[in-house]
Design a protein around this ligand. Structure first.
Ligand SMILES: O=C(O)CCC(=O)C(=O)O
Ligand SMILES: [Fe+2]
Length: 207
């Protein structure tokens, strides 16, 4: 029954102001989390991410994939991607978190970090294709990693650990007022898969 010990309170807002971040802790058992990690590793069409930074095209070591309920077009870091149709496991995960959170999602960005050397720099997920102040649900499988928030003006910091099989919600004005990042670390050697379920505005769909 280790799963229910020290269970974080999903009602608790980790941010002191200007947004809502709720950590549900491990919503899957070790066995379920291993199952999803392996399924996602082998069924998702992973690709190295391309971004344009200071006018130069760079290819990240981290791998990414984007899925959704329609052929959404989505632009970030000045590159445009098209969503692939939901897989069986992604739909299962989407249904689970929709039930848990009471929110709905229509797309998912996946990241595969091979080890602790790979991370993601400070950013907010406020791209124009995303629903303004829409909730973002983040599921993590594999290596446990630190996750940090920084307020855009006050520079306050909030940190937490994202455990294997855990769920984190970012809602309200979080993306407007806070940055977040996955800091690289020399201490983690294992891989990690992260899924962020999002809502793309219908007017921006590729149809
Ligand atoms: O890997 C993570 O936990 C976060 C990923 C993230 O921030 C993003 O995909 O926008
Ligand atoms: Fe993000």
């Amino acid at each position: 029954m280790e799963l229910f010990e020290n269970r974080p309170d999903p009602e608790f807002n980790l941010l002191p102001q200007d947004g809502a971040v709720n950590y549900y802790g491990k919503i899957f058992s070790q066995e379920q989390a291993d199952y999803f990690y392996n399924k996602l590793l082998h069924t998702i069409e992973w690709k190295n991410d391309e971004a344009i930074i200071f006018g130069k095209k760079i290819v990240t070591k981290r791998k990414v994939a984007w899925y959704g309920e329609e052929n959404f077009e989505y632009t970030y870091s000045k590159t445009t991607k098209n969503a692939l149709p939901w897989t069986k496991e992604l739909l299962e995960l989407k249904n689970t978190i929709e039930e848990k959170t009471g929110e709905t999602f229509n797309s998912c960005l996946l990241n595969l970090y091979h080890d602790g050397n790979e991370g993601m720099a400070y950013h907010s997920d406020g791209e124009k294709d995303l629903k303004k102040n829409g909730a973002i649900a983040s599921l993590s499988f594999g290596a446990e990693r630190r996750f940090s928030f920084k307020h855009k003006t006050t520079k306050e910091k909030v940190e937490l650990l994202l455990e294997n099989g855990s769920l984190l919600m970012m809602a309200g004005t979080t993306q407007t007022f806070w940055l977040h990042r996955l800091p690289p670390t020399k201490k983690i050697f294992g891989p990690r898969i992260n899924l962020t379920f999002r809502t793309i505005e219908k007017e921006h769909k590729n149809k």
